[in-house]
Design a protein around this ligand. Structure first.
Ligand code: NAP
Ligand code: GDD
Length: 364
């Protein structure tokens, strides 16, 4: 029989890959989206199904992790077999600016969802998007499921609260609930203010003469970077086991931000030192210096291992962003030739969009 899955955070990087993955597996997928004044579903366009079509297998529902009544209603009506809680204020640097909101969504939002399960009287399998940010000031290298937590940001602290609440609901109410402790994972769909995408967007735009500088913070931080589509498979595998448990998902390699920059610019034949400048506003009040995960438990129990590692990942992102930059360059050339009112309006809109993006980039 067809299974029904509910995804919070379906509009994000992981949500969009997970929705694709579950649809391929024959699931009916329901995703919670927030009301936004501008479209926030661009990552789902290719799998979107018109609700007027008979029996669509992907449905989007309005709700919010800050709104318990919407979560209660959705769970009561839908009674999904699997729930993937990916919704979060997920940006570490931003969490220093909005610590209370981050706690509200990333921490308490998880509890609202867990309570909605109890209210609805259902027993779905539950996946929680936990994070390697829990390890923060890492107490051992590499980090595994028994490494002590030492979060270093309001985001990390909120995720720690959610982690322990998920474990508590598993023990207190026999809920099939798993924490996936995922290390950084990236893709061409990564938000543009995370460092990987910020680098590949900038390097490819520099290559085509669309910008000249890339402003970054700490180049020495090291991350275990994997490929997002590999990681959503691990989420699903956790919920297919006989018993619920917590798993580290990682590549087992670590690379610095500097190496990411060197590799991305190198693929484009650019000398990064001519373009990259350090802007102290991107330096975090407390930093996570080094993350590297030991995924041997996931390999043993789930049969999971990463298919793509650092070099493949950077190449995939650079190639995708180069195509995007070419389209931008093409559009720019078209607009600068345009005379009519509509192209003037388009030009103005495009400038506004750039200004918006500039603001976000300055802040994160
Ligand atoms: P993302 O691209 O930032 O997506 C976050 C999602 O959460 C978006 O769909 C966003 O909706 C939604 N969201 C934000 N506030 C919400 C609210 N109040 N109510 C409901 N939904 C809300 O993040 P991601 O990279 O896909 O990561 C998915 C999850 O894994 C997050 O929980 C993140 O913290 C965690 N995680 C990520 C990584 C990683 O390296 N990517 C590693 C470990 C853990 P809008 O589109 O409307 O903003
Ligand atoms: N964002 C950003 N922007 N980071 C920068 C910059 C910059 O200009 N310059 C240097 N960095 C450094 C950060 O200081 C950090 O050490 C590293 O690059 C990675 O930053 P992000 O890409 O923002 O990711 P993150 O590691 O803080 O958090 C991501 O991974 C976590 C898993 O470990 C997010 O996806 C979290 O949601 C996720 O839990």
């Amino acid at each position: 029989m067809e299974k029904t899955a509910l995804i919070t955070g379906i509009t994000g990087q992981d949500g969009s890959y997970l929705a694709e993955f579950l649809l391929r597996k024959g699931y009916r997928v329901h995703g919670i989206i927030r009301r936004s004044s501008s479209f926030n579903t661009s990552r789902l366009e290719h799998i979107y199904q018109d609700p007027h079509e008979p029996n669509p297998r992907l449905k989007l529902i309005y709700g919010d992790l800050n709104d318990a009544s919407s979560l209660n209603r959705i769970l009561r009506d839908l009674q999904p077999e699997e729930i993937y809680n990916l919704g979060a204020q997920s940006h570490v640097m931003v969490s220093f600016d909005v610590p209370e909101y981050t706690g509200e969504i990333t921490g308490l939002g998880t509890v609202r969802l867990l309570e909605a399960i109890r209210e609805a009287g259902i027993k779905p399998k539950f996946y929680q998007a936990s994070s390697s940010e829990l390890f923060g000031l890492a107490q051992e290298i590499p980090q595994n499921e028994t490494t002590p937590f030492y979060p270093r940001s309001p985001y990390g602290c909120a995720k720690a609260y959610a982690f322990y609440m998920v474990r508590n609901y598993r023990e207190a109410y026999s809920l099939f609930a798993c924490n996936g402790i995922l290390f950084n994972h990236e893709s061409p769909r990564r938000g543009e203010t995370f460092v990987s995408r910020k680098i590949t967007r900038a390097a490819t735009r520099i290559k085509l003469g669309l910008q000249d500088k890339l402003y970054l913070g700490n180049l020495e931080a090291k991350r275990d970077w994997g490929y997002a589509p590999d990681y959503v498979e691990a989420m699903w595998l956790m919920l297919q086991q006989d018993k619920p448990d917590d798993y580290v998902i990682a590549t087992g390699e670590t690379h610095s931000v500097r190496e990411f920059v060197e590799h991305a610019f190198g693929l484009l034949g650019l000398n990064w030192k001519k373009h990259v400048e350090i802007d102290p506003r991107y330096i975090r009040p407390t930093e996570v210096d080094v993350l590297i995960g030991d995924f041997s438990k996931a390999k043993k129990d789930l049969g999971w291992k990463p298919k793509k590692k650092f070099e493949d990942l950077v190449r995939i992102m650079v190639e995708a962003d180069l195509e995007l930059a070419k389209k931008e360059a093409h559009m720019g050339a078209y607009l600068s030739r345009g005379q009519g009112a509509s192209s003037r309006a388009h030009r103005r809109k495009s400038k506004e969009r750039m200004a918006d993006r500039g603001t976000a980039r300055r802040m994160e």
